[in-house]
Ligand binder design. Sequence first.
Ligand code: AP5
Length: 216
Amino acid sequence: MTLNLVFLGPPGVGKGTYAKELSKRYNIPHISTGDIFREEIRKGTELGKKVKSYVERGELVPDEIVIEVVRKRLSQDDCKRGFILDGFPRTINQAIALDSIVKVDLVFNFVAPKSVIIERLSGRRICQKCGAIYHIKFNPPKRPGICDKCGGPLYQREDDKPEVIEERLRVYEKQTAPIVDYYRKKGILVEVDASRNMEEVIKDCEQILKAKGLLQ
Ligand code: AP5
C-alpha cells in the first residue's frame, strides 16, 4: 500500500507545518518545491539562479522547470512507500504531468480565511539550518530568533513581505485554485478546515487517512 499525498491550499495555510509532522509520524518524505528552490537559491546553483527572480516576486516558476525537479525527486527510493507533495502541483499542466508520473492516493485541500493566512505569513520564521517552521505568536521558539531543534538562526522569508504576500495570494487564486476542481472531479479531494489550531488540523488529517483505509 502507498501513501501518495498532495497538500493543496493557499500560501500560509499551514501545508508545510502539517506535512512536516505527518512525514515524521509515517516515515514518508515531505517534498516541498518551495523548500527545494530556496535551498538551490541559497547555494547559488544553476537551478537557483534560474528560479530566484520568480520566487522572490511571488510568481510561479515555469512548469517545465518544476515538473523536471519533481520527476527526479519522485524517482528516488525513499518515495516508493509514499510521499507528501507540498506546493506541487500548482497549475493544471503540473497536475496532468504528475498523473503521468505516479498515482495520487489522496489530495488534502486546506482552507482558511484570508485574514488568518495573512497573520500566519506575517509572523512566520524559519530555521536557516534545519527548515523548522515557527510563528512569533502561534508557535514561538523558546528563545527568540533561535531554533529549538538545532540552535540555528531564524529568518523571515523574502516573499513574506506584505506586497509579495498579496501577489502570491493573487497568483494562487488565478493559477492554483482551479486544480481543486481537477481533483474533486477525480473523487480524491478532501477539504480540511485549517483555521483551527495545528494539533486539531493534524488530528483531522489522520482521521481522514484512517477512514479512507490509507492508515492502519
Ligand atoms: P512555497 O514554499 O510552496 O510557498 P507557499 O505555497 O506560498 O506556501 P507557504 O510555504 O508560504 O505556506 P504553507 O502553507 O506551507 O504554510 P506554513 O506551514 O509555513 O512556494 C514559494 C515559491 O516557490 C512560490 O511563490 C513560487 O515562486 C515557487 N514555487 C514553489 N512550488 C512551485 C510550483 N509547483 N510551481 C511553480 N512555482 C513554484 O505555515 C505558515 C505560518 O503559519 C507558520 O508560521 C506556521 O507556524 C503557522 N501555522 C501553520 N498552521 C497553523 C495553525 N493551524 N494555527 C496557527 N498557526 C499556524
